[in-house]
Design a protein around this ligand. Structure first.
Ligand SMILES: Nc1ncnc2c1ncn2[C@@H]1O[C@H](COP(=O)(O)OP(=O)(O)O)[C@@H](O)[C@H]1O
Ligand SMILES: [Mg+2]
Length: 449
């Protein structure tokens, strides 16, 4: 099953702005049309709900101990971002086994119907529970502020995460800098340190300036992105959210689990349809069917934008729900109600999905894409195939008349085995045998040439 894209926000020391960045990034991604959840994994100082203005009454501990489902733990905040609380008992639950911790993030796949992107607000430092949460996420953002002690702690965190989980790529947010230029300086100073001692790749994903309005928003228990959307910090966070959105791996569009599912379905269908006429082995038949199904899926998806794909998937999911409830799955009113949008908005979605399939060439062109590869044979290929043709013709002449006839009927006249059998008054099995041995013979001669 697909699980939501997961981004961990972590830091070396506390109080650097993880929770505020988590909540505000989540909100910014939500505004960009994503369905976003925050998982508050800071067990000692769980406060994301305060910034978000909601009160979770179930925690993930309840779900893990079987008292409720994972979906029951999700609280919808007034601002539209969903929230999942870690729960103070989580440390004990997790203390039971190492696997359990990773299982938690994996179990978020149960939320894939409700959430596209999960932001994990972690505790500071490098305790086991922080590392395991971070290890299970797709992207790790380390929040760094420009003080020498913060540098040391952030460096220590990255080192441990790198050594313990093998991760070698980290996104860095410089928080509380005076401005972008200072942020860039802080980043390069920090990178100079990691470059000397660690084989990791740091990506400066943005600077959030020191902003009195962010502090004021905290005082009001509101995220700055919603209470002061025009403030410098809110704008910086929106820009970072855009980068996160734009660089989320293509896995969203081409999910490996989807591909496996599609391949399996095609394989089962191939097994049902296959008739053993001796013309092709099941292996080669199935390969063609499975490959065809996968190529179709890829083709259908690659021309869609990320948002269009998500909207299409949500519509498909809602339709399945309606079907299972015995409702009319094509009723646009029911669909829009379930999606929580108006009918006219749904219409916009449909148009967007349809339009996304016809993008301009400039938008989709890529020098290295197989879609734009020249299908004409290369001069080298022409030369080789010319030579090949002469050799093949010479070898065909060496075949006895009956074998040559079978190959001619099959490859030139494009008769099937049954028609050839009819024409030559021999059994289908015999035709198949002749064809096979003649090709074997030809191949041998060609290889000897
Ligand atoms: N960019 C900023 N500008 C001004 N104050 C900030 C900024 N980022 C964080 N703060 C202050 O730091 C405090 C701690 O932030 P918080 O997000 O709770 O940190 P963490 O989760 O890392 O412990 C906030 O309450 C806020 O007052
Ligand atoms: Mg915090």
């Amino acid at each position: 099953m697909k699980r939501p894209q997961a981004t961990a926000i972590t830091s070396g020391k506390g109080g650097v702005g993880k929770t505020n960045l988590s909540v505000n990034l989540a909100l910014a991604l939500h505004k960009a049309g994503q369905r976003v959840g925050i998982f508050d994994a800071d067990l000692a100082l769980a406060n994301a709900h305060l910034v978000l203005g909601c009160r979770p009454n179930r925690t993930i501990v309840d779900a893990l101990s079987g008292q409720c489902s994972m979906a029951d733990t999700v609280v919808e905040s007034p601002l539209g971002v969903k929230m999942i609380a870690g729960g103070s008992g989580l440390a004990e639950v997790m203390g039971l086994s190492v696997e359990k911790r990773q299982e938690i993030i994996r179990s978020f796949s149960e939320l894939s119907g409700a959430v596209d992107h999960l932001i994990v607000d972690t505790a500071a430092g490098v305790e086991a529970n922080v590392i395991d949460f971070v290890a299970a996420c797709d992207r790790v953002i380390v929040v760094v502020v420009g003080e020498p002690t913060a540098f040391v702690d952030a460096y220590a965190s990255i080192k441990v995460l790198h050594q313990d989980t093998g991760r070698d790529r980290f996104d860095i947010i410089i928080n509380r800098a005076a401005n972008d230029a200072v942020g860039a300086q802080i980043f390069s100073r920090f990178r100079a340190i990691t470059d000397r001692f660690l084989k990791v790749n740091l990506n400066h994903i943005g600077t959030v300036p020191e902003d009195e309005r962010l502090a004021r928003a905290v005082g009001k228990c509101e995220p700055v992105v919603s209470s002061f959307p025009n403030s410098v910090s809110a704008k910086a966070i929106m820009r970072i959210a855009e980068k996160i959105h734009a660089t989320t791996p293509v896995r969203d569009l081409l999910d490996i689990d989807d591909l496996i599912q599609i391949g399996m379905t095609a394989l089962v269908e191939a097994a049902q349809r296959f008739q053993d006429t001796g013309e092709a082995t099941f292996g080669s038949y199935a390969t063609i069917r499975v490959r065809g199904a996968l190529v179709d899926h890829v083709r259908n998806n690659l021309t869609l934008t990320r948002t269009a794909v998500q909207r299409r998937d949500r519509i498909a999911q809602v339709k399945r729900e309606l079907l299972s409830e015995g409702e009319d799955a094509d009723n646009q009113i029911l669909i829009s109600e379930k999606l929580g949008i108006g009918v006219s908005e749904l219409q916009t979605w449909h148009t967007q999905i349809a339009q996304a399939a016809d993008k301009s060439l400039d938008e989709v062109y890529d020098d290295h894409s197989i879609w734009f590869a020249d299908e004409r044979p290369t001069p080298e290929h022409i030369l080789l195939s010319g030579e090949l043709r002469v050799r093949l013709a010479a070898n065909l002449k060496k075949l006895n008349e009956r074998d040559a006839m079978v190959l001619q009927l099959y490859y030139v006249e494009e008769m099937n085995l049954e028609e050839i059998a009819e024409t030559l008054s021999i059994s289908i099995g015999r035709v198949s045998q002749i064809k096979k041995s003649a090709i074997g013979q030809l191949r041998k001669w060609m290889e000897e040439d």
